[in-house]
Design a protein around this ligand. Structure first.
Ligand code: PNS
Length: 196
């Protein structure tokens, strides 16, 4: 078993300064930290998994012991497959505690050997959440001090597309639909070429 590998799971839709702060703190404590993006979330995301993966990779490029990955299904199963010794989660305020405690105890029930470690981000980020960042950005408010510059830029791009083409445009669902349409068109072109 790898003694120093921890998993930091989440949605990261999008990554905030609070997430980054926690990643940097975690990277100092663990030998290796894997930031794992959940793929099969029930929530409709703003950014596709591929977009979130790319952003997180760029944002953590300076941290040599941090890796970005995605996972599906039960988090404890993923952690087992990675031979992780613990799960890292952030607690911002007492309001987070109840949900995090429930999740940690359920995960312990599912996998008794796997510990959950809670860390606090810097106090200045204690009110920050991806949900609020999305809401402020969607309503045209400034998010400059809440998320890294790269995320500010990606949020602007999303909002520009949404404003240009209407509701739903620029969302993860829309970019996935466009990718599926592109693939289907490519398949049709290939099959037409074969026939001719
Ligand atoms: O950033 P989030 O949305 O608070 O992260 C929640 C996450 C991804 C850590 C949690 O939903 C999760 O682990 N989902 C995977 C499915 C699972 O294992 N569910 C049982 C949790 S007790």
């Amino acid at each position: 078993m790898n003694k120093g590998l921890a998993i930091y799971p989440g949605s990261f839709d999008p990554t905030t300064n609070g997430h980054l702060d926690l990643i940097e703190r975690g990277a100092k404590i663990f030998e290796e930290l894997v930031v794992a993006i959940l793929r099969n979330s029930e929530k409709v995301p703003m950014f596709s998994v591929a977009e979130r993966l790319e952003m997180l990779r760029e944002l953590t490029a300076h941290l040599k012991n941090v890796r970005i990955d995605t996972f599906d299904g039960l988090m404890v199963e993923y952690a087992k497959s990675m031979e992780a010794i613990c799960i890292l989660r952030g607690i911002r305020a007492i309001s987070d505690y109840e949900y995090e405690l429930q999740m940690a105890l359920m995960n312990r029930k599912l996998q008794p050997g796997l510990e959950t470690v809670f860390m606090m981000p810097a106090a200045k980020y204690s009110y920050l959440s991806s949900r609020l960042v999305r809401e402020v950005a969607q309503l045209g408010g400034p998010v400059d001090c809440l998320v890294p510059d790269l995320v500010v830029q990606k949020l602007r791009e999303k909002m520009d597309v949404a404003n240009k083409f209407g509701d739903g445009a620029g969302s993860a669902r829309e970019s996935e639909a466009r990718a599926a349409e592109r693939m289907s068109n490519e398949r049709k072109t290939k099959s037409r070429k074969k026939k001719s």
